[in-house]
Design a protein around this ligand. Sequence first.
Ligand code: ZN
Length: 271
Amino acid sequence: MLELPELDHVRGALTNRFAGAPITGIEVTNSKTFQVNVDEWRKDIVGAVVWFIERRGKHLLFHLDNGKRLILHLTQAAYLYIGSAEDAPDKTAQVQIKFGERFVYAVGLRSESIKLLSVREVEEMFSELGADPLDKKLTLNRFIDRFAKKRSSIRQALLDTSILNAIGSAYADEILFRAGLLPDAKIPLLEKETWERLYEAMHNVLQEAISYGGAGDYPFAADDQLTGGYISKFKVYNREGEPCPTCGAAILKLEQSGRKAYYCGTCQKDK
Ligand SMILES: [Zn+2]
C-alpha cells in the first residue's frame, strides 16, 4: 500500500542520500508511453544538483538547482528503490535517475507519472489538487472549510483527493478510529468539537505512521529495515474480527461505495 506516510518515508530516505548531489544521468524505458523526450530532458537534468526532495500528496518533487522540478507521481502499485547497476529491483523500472554509482529506480509508474516542470507549472498543477493533510497552511478552520457543502459520509470525503490529497483506505480507517468517529458519520451533522478531534487524529496518525516507516510493501534499499514498521500498529485497518485495542469488541467491516471500511462499533460514534 502507498499513502501519505509511505511516500513521506521514502522522501526522507531520498533526501538523506541525495540532497546536494548532482544527477549524472536519467533513463526512461518506453519513453513514448511516458510522453517524455529523454534527450531534451537530459539537457536540463544531467549535471543539475538536487537541492532537496519535497512530497506533495502522492508526488515527489526533486528540486533542481536550475529551477526545474523533476516530479514522480507514485500511484498504488508504484515504488522506488535505491540501488546500483548490480543492485536493481526485481521488477522492471521505467525510470532510473543516476547519481554516479547510485541509482534511484522507479517501478510501476503509470503514463504521465513523470514530469519535468518549471516552478510556475508546478503551482498550476497543484492548484487543482486537494490540500496536503500535513501542509502547515492547512489550519483547523481551513480543514473544516474544505468539507463545507459536502453531504457524504466522512470517510468518503477523507478519500476524496479534491479535498485532501493522499489519504487512502488504511489511514482513513485509522484516523476515524483515533477520532472516535464512525466511517458513515454524516458531514452536515459534525460539530466543531468533532472536527477538532478529527484534525488532531489525522496529524497524530500520519506523523506516527511516518515515524514507524509507514506500511509499504517494498523496502526502498537493500539495507532498509524500517519500511513496513507501521503494519503491526494498525488498530482497525484489515483487522475484522480481532478485538478492538481499546474496548475489546470485535472489529467490524462495512462496504462503502465498493470499498471496505474497518471500525469499532463501540468506540466510534456518529458525531
Ligand atoms: Zn472499541
